[in-house]
Design a protein around this ligand. Structure first.
Ligand code: GUN
Length: 283
């Protein structure tokens, strides 16, 4: 292996310890940060993600309340709960775990969360602030990617960053953060013609497609920083990223593992967004 590992799990643990100190000082001022998680239906992967979020909150001293709604819930049912949570002074952050059942409009639900409590950063006002580089709540996975680059002291300004994936949750916002930091950014996707010709130009390669095994050794420039956002369950039951780790670690300069990379750091960013929301500190 030539690449340096960027240990997301370890970094997340450190971040949660730091946050616990911040929470202690907020508690001394009479503020107990609180996160409300909402899951509609019984998606098993979502259940694991929510459990991890609740566990991370507990580690940092953030109070969390989980709201499980049946898959048959109407949009009005979910909106009613979100409105209650919006008004609840003990709740500083609210997330609706995605995906939601098909009969619900995820976009309308995300927009129903109060801007100041939108700790996923999915609200248009927070996304608009991200476009402008204005203060707002930033989405967790893109922030996790940037914090991991910074921790490894990987230069961003002036470098060519290639983002594979164009989702609203990861691809688009991480491209905006990289642009904000002065990178030259190319956004492509799993269907890009001759994807390897594009990814081989990357000094920083961020991959968020949800396609296991997409990025092979010959698609990576020697020495590049590779941030793998994918979390895919293989037929063997194993979890793997979008990058073929065993191949790419031989050419990359830095690489994030899956599991134990961007995933745990994303959860730590959610806790940080919640603590900042409680302290009313913009990201
Ligand atoms: N489902 C997959 N990623 C996310 C995320 O970052 N936030 C929420 N709420 N749901 C998700």
């Amino acid at each position: 292996m030539t690449a340096q590992l960027i240990d997301g799990a370890g970094l997340a643990r450190e971040k949660l310890i730091q946050l616990k100190h911040v929470v202690t000082s907020l508690q001394a001022r009479g503020i107990q940060p609180g996160l409300a998680t909402v899951q509609v239906g019984d998606d098993p992967a979502s259940r694991i993600y929510v459990r991890n979020k609740v566990k991370a909150c507990t580690e940092a001293g953030v109070h969390s309340t989980h709201h499980d709604l049946p898959a048959s819930s109407s949009e009005a049912d979910v909106l009613k709960l979100l409105n209650q949570l919006n008004r609840d002074p003990q709740v500083h952050g609210i997330i609706v775990q995605l995906p939601v059942p098909k009969h619900l409009d995820a976009r309308r639900l995300s927009q129903a969360i109060a801007v100041a409590k939108d700790v996923d950063g999915f609200n248009w006002q927070n996304l608009g602030a991200l476009v402008e580089g204005a203060p707002g709540i930033l989405p967790c996975t893109p922030r996790a990617a940037m914090v991991m680059l910074d921790h490894a002291k990987i230069p961003v300004e002036g470098r060519h960053a290639v983002v594979v994936g164009r989702s609203n949750i990861v691809g688009k916002p991480v491209a905006l953060l990289l642009i904000g930091r002065g990178a030259t950014v190319t956004v492509c996707n799993s269907r890009t013609t001759d994807l390897g010709a594009v990814t081989r130009q990357a000094d920083i390669l961020v991959v968020a497609t949800g396609k296991a095994g997409l990025i092979r050794r010959n698609m990576v420039k020697p020495g590049a920083a590779v941030i793998d956002v994918g979390i895919n369950r293989l037929t063997s039951g194993k979890i793997a990223g979008d990058v073929v780790f065993d191949e790419v670690k031989e050419v990359a300069g830095w690489i994030t593992p899956v599991p134990g990379g961007v995933g745990p750091m994303t959860v730590a960013m959610l806790v940080e967004n919640t603590v900042n929301a409680a302290a009313r500190i913009p990201a």
